[in-house]
Design a protein around this ligand. Structure first.
Ligand code: 3PY
Ligand code: MG
Length: 252
């Protein structure tokens, strides 16, 4: 099974990605059927461990959305487990150096390109029996740029072979630059850093992605030139819709 999202990104097309932090296969199925191109199971800040992530990846398989994960950290064995579980792409937080980026990419690639260990227990069910032949090209790798060191080493990180793109974490990036965390930063220093990361990613031919917290914000980022955006996460979308529905009910 091809990774249509990676193929489209490499052609320069834009992707709208859903974001799951609630540990529920039903939530995964709902977002998977909501029109997103891909959906990310967030094992870093979502309330999700491997045992909950597995049925979520299975639920996404019943939809057209490409299943991605955000891992808690740059941990090879953990990345490999989630790939074995059928993730077709990995977003890795807090990438600060080229060595870290190279280790991340290596965990996603079978030898000789990387050091991924073989055993795609469920991936083979999702992908098909020829998983091994295509896996190194299929798996999407996005390194999060969200630390001061990551900014300092941006060009070296972007030069890492096999890294498909970057994904900005605006909250951690704000903190790194001495500002309060925000998904839609307004502080000049953060606005400039985001524009800089975007421009450098474009120069290096890497996919520029960014987390955002609403449909409007995601549309603005696409307009700005980002190619992989997130119009909010499941918990916030649920909360906002619930609050709005209660308000409407009480206003009659
Ligand atoms: C950040 O904003 O730091 C993120 O990691 C978004 O999920
Ligand atoms: Mg972050």
């Amino acid at each position: 099974r091809p990774n249509t999202v990676k193929e489209r990104l490499l052609k320069g097309e834009s992707i709208v990605n859903g974001w799951l932090g609630i540990p529920s296969s039903l939530s995964a199925e709902i977002l998977g059927l909501s029109g997103f191109d891909s959906v990310t199971v967030d094992l870093q800040h979502g309330m999700i461990a491997f045992d909950a992530a597995l049925p979520m990846l299975q639920a996404l398989s019943a939809t057209a959305a490409v299943p991605l994960v955000r891992v808690p950290s740059n941990n090879g064995p953990q990345i490999m487990s989630l790939l074995d579980a059928g993730a077709y792409g990995v977003i890795c937080p807090m990438i600060s150096t080229a060595d870290q980026a190279a280790a991340f990419v290596s965990a996603c690639r079978y030898p000789p390109k990387g050091d991924r260990s073989f055993g795609p227990s469920r991936a083979i069910l999702y992908a098909g029996d020829d998983y091994y032949q295509h896996a190194n090209d299929t798996i999407l790798t996005l390194a999060m740029i969200e630390t001061q060191q990551g900014l300092d080493h941006l060009d070296e990180i972007l030069a890492v072979d096999g890294l498909d793109g970057i994904f900005i974490g605006p909250n951690d990036l704000s903190l790194a630059l001495g500002q309060a965390p925000s998904s839609e930063p307004r502080a000049d220093v953060v606005v400039k850093a985001i524009a800089h990361i975007l421009a450098r990613a474009q120069v290096h031919g890497k996919i520029p992605g960014i987390f955002c917290s609403s449909g409007e914000a995601a549309a603005m980022r696409l307009e700005q030139g980002f190619k992989f955006v997130v119009p909010g996460n499941d918990a916030n979308i649920l909360k906002q819709a619930a609050v709005a529905a209660v308000q409407i009910a009480r206003s009659q």
